[in-house]
Design a protein around this ligand. Structure first.
Ligand code: GUN
Ligand code: ZN
Length: 435
């Protein structure tokens, strides 16, 4: 058993509409030998009851927050982040596909997996939902590295069998993709803290056959009940108007892009769709009724000029929403930058995003969107102790601004707007210090 002392902040609400912030200025987190939260409270109240020999790590005056959760990112796009001046479809063709082709090499894949997961931790991100390339090896190396670090991580091999370069398509009907996916699921899904996410890239690059077996595998895993954890699913939806037009041409009989996924039974709990910018109320209602979630990726949406996500409409429709960096269309691995971009997108839509709601999206909201909230997202008793220790004074301007903050909410907003990974003092994974 061990305990961490510092200024605790986490969210306990059910949605971004009601984030329920909790602050404990001189707080103590007691962590058991399994790496889970045993107790949370005022240090003065809890210290006397700690068992003899319990190590107390004193992080005062630093802040202790739950680790961030990045609900949508592509580790195989790290090498082409910040590729200039395109919109989605030409960006995919010119930069993304050629970069992802490199992951045919196990050596490259291993090196990038190693770098990427350490970069997540150094940005305070302790859980992510990650896209591999079409190559099975990309997920093998990523899962193996994540297991070494004991991270709670979701990932999947991207599935594409049409409208993509030959080098990224398996040509033997569905055999290869289906078998590779099954092998990855068997090896990695539910192993330790890892989960497998079925990953059809988006409707234009999967045939009906591929869309069908993905939906069947996903639904079958949910029907099996509690003996095995159900699979996860991730894809892209309604990011860009040309993409939406393309899907309308490919599926002229579908009422909407969203309903293409619904037709193949991809919408459900633990299924998360990136972007969801160009949706209508009916689409949002269908997604919410199925339990599907949304990855709000503001940095990416601004970078590619895809549009302004309607956060209020999504939350009011009852959708679970998390925040995604969407590397490499997003330009930063920082969830601080991503929260600030989310705030800016909301402003441009005439909406508002409180700092508490932004941190909710970046922590507990992300956990809910990924169906991981029983395990991570805040400091509720019994959850896994994935957390970050932050020193806001590491940044001079932030330190100066905090001195004139009048409320905790102002402090939090200053951290959101001016903070970055330089504030990170430590990241803990399942109670163990990793950074
Ligand atoms: N839509 C289909 N594939 C991708 C991708 O790799 N990135 C983004 N941002 N959108 C996509
Ligand atoms: Zn993406």
């Amino acid at each position: 058993m061990k305990a961490l002392r510092g200024r605790l902040f986490h969210l306990c609400g059910s949605s971004a509409l009601d984030p329920k912030p909790e602050w404990i200025d001189d707080g103590l987190l007691v962590i058991n030998d399994e790496g889970c939260i045993e107790q949370i409270g005022q240090a003065a109240a809890l210290l006397p009851s700690l068992p003899a020999g319990c190590m107390v790590q004193d992080h005062r005056p630093y802040w202790i927050l739950p680790g961030f959760i990045d609900v949508h990112t592509h580790f195989v796009q790290l090498g082409m982040v910040a590729s200039y001046g395109e919109s989605l479809l030409t960006w995919l063709e010119r930069y993304t596909f050629p970069e992802e082709e490199k992951f045919v090499s196990a050596e490259i894949s291993r090196e990038v997996s190693h770098y990427f997961l350490r970069a997540l931790l150094s940005h305070g991100v302790t859980t992510a939902s990650v896209y591999g390339s079409v190559h099975k090896v990309s997920c093998e190396t990523l899962f193996a590295e994540a297991e070494n670090l004991n991270l709670r991580l979701l990932a999947g091999k991207t599935l594409m069998n049409r409208n993509a370069p030959d080098s990224l398509i398996s040509h033997d009907a569905n055999g290869k993709d289906l078998e590779a996916t099954q092998a990855l699921v068997e090896r990695w899904h539910g192993r330790g803290r890892l989960g497998y996410s079925l990953t059809p890239r988006f409707a234009p690059t999967s045939s009906d056959d591929q869309m069908r077996w993905v939906g069947e595998m996903y639904q079958a895993s949910m029907a099996r009940g509690s003996s095995e954890p159900p699979l996860f699913l991730q894809s892209h939806l309604a990011e860009n108007l040309q993409e939406c037009q393309w899907v309308a041409e490919l599926y002229p009989d579908a009422a909407s892009y969203c309903q293409v996924y619904d037709r193949f039974h991809h919408l459900g709990s633990g299924a998360i769709f990136g972007h969801c910018i160009h949706l209508n109320d009916e689409d949002r209602g269908i997604m919410a009724s199925r339990g599907a979630s949304v990855a709000f990726c503001p940095s990416s949406n601004l970078f590619l000029g895809s549009g302004l996500f309607d956060l209020d409409a999504a939350v009011l429709a009852g959708l679970k929403v998390g925040l995604g960096t969407d590397i490499g269309a997003g330009t930063s691995m920082s969830m601080f930058k991503t929260m600030l971009n989310a705030y800016q997108v909301c402003k441009l839509r005439g909406q508002t995003l409180s700092p508490e709601a932004a941190f909710f999206l970046a922590t507990l909201g992300g956990a809910q969107a990924l169906r991981l909230d029983p395990y991570v997202g805040n400091f509720q008793r019994g959850k896994e102790a994935d957390l970050q220790v932050l020193n806001p004074s590491a940044i001079a301007l932030l330190d100066r601004r905090l001195q004139s903050a009048r409320t905790k909410s102002e402090e939090l907003f200053a951290l959101l707007a001016l903070g970055d990974e330089r504030c990170l003092v430590a990241a803990y994974v399942l109670g163990q210090k990793r950074v």
